[in-house]
Design a protein around this ligand. Structure first.
Ligand code: C2E
Ligand code: CA
Ligand code: CA
Length: 781
């Protein structure tokens, strides 16, 4: 926006600036030329004036001389001179003087003494003030300017012949404003004229002026310095004048006198003021027209440019509405159309990108990011409750491994469609490789379970392709808003947690339970890694042998899982088994352990070492109604007689879910599997309580066996358990046998088996094989 205003402003400035510059330059040139012409003209006029003045003075002189000449012919005068008749002389002088305009007349002798003076009655016998003029008067017309007693006179000296020279007549014509005016009248002199007397060096005074009202007159009233004798520019009383001084002849004893002409440039320029006013008016008019032009151009050019900038800014801000095309054929129209096209393209691309960013490419459903935003939006817009279903297809990771991604993608697409079909109005998204999410806004607990059941039903049918049929094995975790969490992220996480639990349960769906939330970050990642470890075969079983006390032979072994984590090192089973139970991963672990143990047992069987191998089941396994079938399948496949497999189940697990536990145990026992109660004694159950279960063996917990030697009470307890068990038909195994004395005591009270570090620590299958083989040799020996 700013740049466009700048553009308009620059345009305006350029136009107006150009106009003003051109006008100013023109004005300056015109002024300069005019002024120069006026100066030249002024100089010329001054020179002419100076000449005219001199000529006029000469005229005056000649006229005076002529008059005096006539006077000299006057007989009466000559007689009066000859007779020394002063009265007559004076009277004649007066008369003539008046006629020529003289203010004073003198008659002087040839030797320069004054005979008569019209201005001074007592001048007789005094000497004439300018004797050098006497000689000159006889061979040329003599006239000078002289200052006498504060006045300036034009003095004309004329000799008188009778016929010999008898004397001279001196005519004094006072030079004043009147005379100057008179001369101007006669000869067209400039009015800017002053007659200056130099009373003292560089001190001039005007004794006569052409026009006393001008700055010129004011400035020259009393002037200092010298006057130019060539025309030159002078500043006089704040006005410009061209000045020319003409020095006048003066007698030796008189101060210098000069006539000074002035030519006022200001006056000369005055006629041009009209021109200047006209020029200024023109300039103003031009400016106005220029501004109008700029405004029009701004409308025509910068408005559309501004508009385009606004459109561009809008696009930048994410508003991709396509701007209308401009009906113009010029560059701006082309630009506008280009922007329209661009906006449309950007809009399309933006839509594609945002679709890609919020959708899963395989199923076309929203992705996790999008559903999270959707849930957040619902929460913010006041949806009061909702249920989040995390639908996991637990076999998908296996399928990817064995069948590849292509099949898996098709399966997920199919599953996504099935889910959408049964949860009408819910937001369905794909959350991970194997998980879908369904967000049921406004739906509470009970309806959420109904929805989960519908989804489970929909996914119950295997996915089929020609020659392939795949069970999806779905499990659904449910988290309720706002009961479990008030934020989308937390809700998603909780639903995922619940989904883990559901995967490990027989129902295949589960609500989130805060009590067993394994969502401490390290547990979560550990569980992820455990699943990995299971898939990659990073877990292994160690076997701890059981010693039959009656025969002193190793005839059984307990399978104990070992996890050597690539980074964390050996992780004790106590740690990760508890976690696997909480997060629903135990089912896989158990199935894996069963398969590994049964495989090993059947190998030993085949090698002629019929060891009864014990596998630990966890409480949650007892809720797995499929387990018996699964185990049966395994033993059948590996041709292991069921009685060669012991299933250990803790006392506590049995108490926890007695109903389902007894159902599973009944089935297993019915098929001939050996059932052992693990950790007996710590669960505070009674033997009579266990009696309703199909139990074959009791394993007395380590906590009773270890203190045996030192604690007589403990011995009594252990002995009682052994006796009572035997009476109930159970075999007894003592766990945690760490020394010979304990072993001996157990043997003495008729305990059937001992298990513990004193007998052997858990070891690799091969190690146990070697141990048994050695035992065989020993017994043979
Ligand atoms: P458990 O079933 O009571 O297994 C016996 C535990 O006692 C084993 O610990 C074994 O190494 C240890 N033990 C044996 N003899 C002695 C002895 O003389 N002194 C002492 N102090 N300890 C002895 P481990 O291997 O760490 O297993 C711990 C628990 O983890 C097991 O207790 C069992 O509850 C569980 N577990 C191990 N493997 C599996 C499995 O494959 N599945 C299931 N569900 N649980 C398992
Ligand atoms: Ca055990
Ligand atoms: Ca035990």
């Amino acid at each position: 926006m700013r740049t466009v205003i700048g553009f308009r402003l620059r345009l305006a400035l350029f136009f107006v600036g150009m106009l003003v510059a051109v006008q100013l330059i023109t004005g300056a040139i015109v002024y300069g030329v005019t002024r120069h012409a006026l100066v030249v003209d002024g100089e010329r006029q001054l020179a002419a004036s100076a000449k005219a003045f001199t000529a006029q003075m000469d005229d005056v002189s000649a006229r005076i001389a002529g008059n005096v000449g006539v006077m000299a012919l006057d007989f009466a005068l000559r007689q009066a001179i000859a007779e020394g008749d002063r009265g007559t002389v004076l009277s004649v002088l007066h008369n003539h003087g008046r006629r020529v305009g003289a203010s004073r007349m003198q008659l002087i002798n040839l030797d320069g003494t004054i005979v008569a003076d019209t201005a001074d009655a007592h001048a007789d016998g005094k000497s004439f003030a300018f004797p050098e003029l006497i000689q000159r008067a006889f061979y040329q017309q003599t006239a000078v300017m002289a200052a006498v007693q504060g006045h300036v006179y034009w003095i004309v000296v004329v000799p008188i012949y009778a016929p010999q020279p008898v004397g001279l007549i001196v005519v004094y014509v006072q030079v004043d404003d009147e005379l100057l005016a008179h001369m101007q009248e006669l000869s067209n002199l400039r009015r800017d004229v002053a007659l200056e007397v130099q009373w003292a060096p560089s001190q001039w005074q005007a004794v006569a002026q052409g026009d006393r009202s001008t700055p010129f007159a004011r400035g020259l009233e009393h002037a200092t310095g010298e006057f130019p004798t060539e025309p030159g520019l002078r500043r006089i009383a704040q006005s410009d004048y061209i000045v020319l001084a003409q020095p006048l002849q003066h007698p030796y004893h008189s101060p210098a006198v000069a006539v000074v002409f002035g030519y006022s440039l200001d006056d000369a320029l005055r006629p041009y003021h009209h021109l200047a006013v006209a020029w200024l008016a023109l300039l103003a008019l031009g400016l106005a027209a220029g501004l109008l032009g700029v405004w029009l151009i701004a409308r025509n050019v910068s408005r559309p440019v501004e508009w385009l900038a606004t459109v561009a800014k809008r696009i930048e801000d994410g508003d991709y509405r396509v701007p209308p095309r401009l009906p113009r054929r010029d560059e701006i129209g082309a630009l506008a159309n280009a922007i329209s096209t661009m906006a449309a393209a950007v809009q399309q691309r933006e839509e594609r990108i945002s679709h890609q960013a919020t959708h899963d490419a395989v199923t076309g459903l929203s992705n996790r990011v999008a559903i999270e935003a959707e849930i957040t939006r619902d929460m913010e817009t006041g949806v009061l409750r909702g249920s989040l279903l995390m639908i996991g297809l637990t076999r998908v990771p296996d399928i990817i491994k064995t069948m590849g991604h292509g099949l898996c993608d098709r399966l997920m697409r199919d599953a996504g469609e099935r889910i959408q079909r049964v949860v009408d109005g819910a937001q369905v998204a794909r959350a991970t490789d194997s998980n879908f999410v369904a967000w049921l806004a406004g739906v509470g607990r009970d309806d959420a379970v109904q929805a989960a059941m519908r989804i489970l039903d929909a996914l119950a049918m295997p996915y089929t392709e020609p020659d392939i049929s795949i069970d999806m094995v779905p499990a659904i975790g449910i988290a309720i808003y706002p009961e479990h969490a008030a934020e989308a992220v937390a809700l998603l996480r909780y639903a995922e947690t619940a989904q883990f639990a559901a995967a490990g349960s027989s129902r295949a769906w589960a609500f989130y339970q805060a009590a067993i939330d394994p969502h401490r970050p390290e547990r979560l990642s550990l569980m992820g890694e455990l699943r990995e470890a299971l898939l990659r075969g990073q877990l292994e079983l160690h076997y701890q042998p059981k010693l039959a006390l009656a025969t002193h032979r190793l005839d059984g072994a307990e399978a104990l899982v070992r996890w050597q984590h690539p980074l964390r090192g050996a992780i004790p089973p106590d740690v990760f088994i508890g976690m696997a139970e909480d997060t629903g991963n135990i089912q896989r672990l158990t199935r894996w352990a069963l398969e590994a143990a049964i495989t090993q047992a059947s190998q030993w069987q085949a090698q002629g070492m019929p060891l009864r191998v014990a596998v630990n089941l966890s409480a949650r396994d007892l809720g797995d109604a499929d387990l018996p079938r699964y185990i049966l399948g395994l033993v059948a496949m590996h041709r292991l007689p069921p009685q060669q497999l012991t299933l250990e189940i803790t006392e506590r697990a049995v108490i926890g879910e007695f109903e389902s536990a007894s159902r599973v145990l009944e089935q297993l026992a019915a098929h001939g599997f050996h059932i052992a109660i693990d950790d007996f004694g710590v669960g505070q159950s009674s033997l009579s309580y266990l009696h309703s279960l199909p139990v074959d063996e009791l394993k007395i917990d380590q906590s009773f066996i270890k203190p045996l030697i030192d604690d007589p009470n403990d011995r009594i307890i252990v002995r009682s358990i052994v006796q009572l068990s035997h009476e109930l038909g159970y075999q007894v195994t003592a766990e945690g046998v760490e020394d010979e004395a304990t072993l001996d005591y157990l043997a003495s009270i008729g305990c059937d088996h001992a298990q513990g570090y004193f007998v052997a620590k858990p070891m690799h299958a091969e190690a146990l094989t070697r141990l048994i083989t050695a035992q065989g040799h020993n017994s043979h020996a």
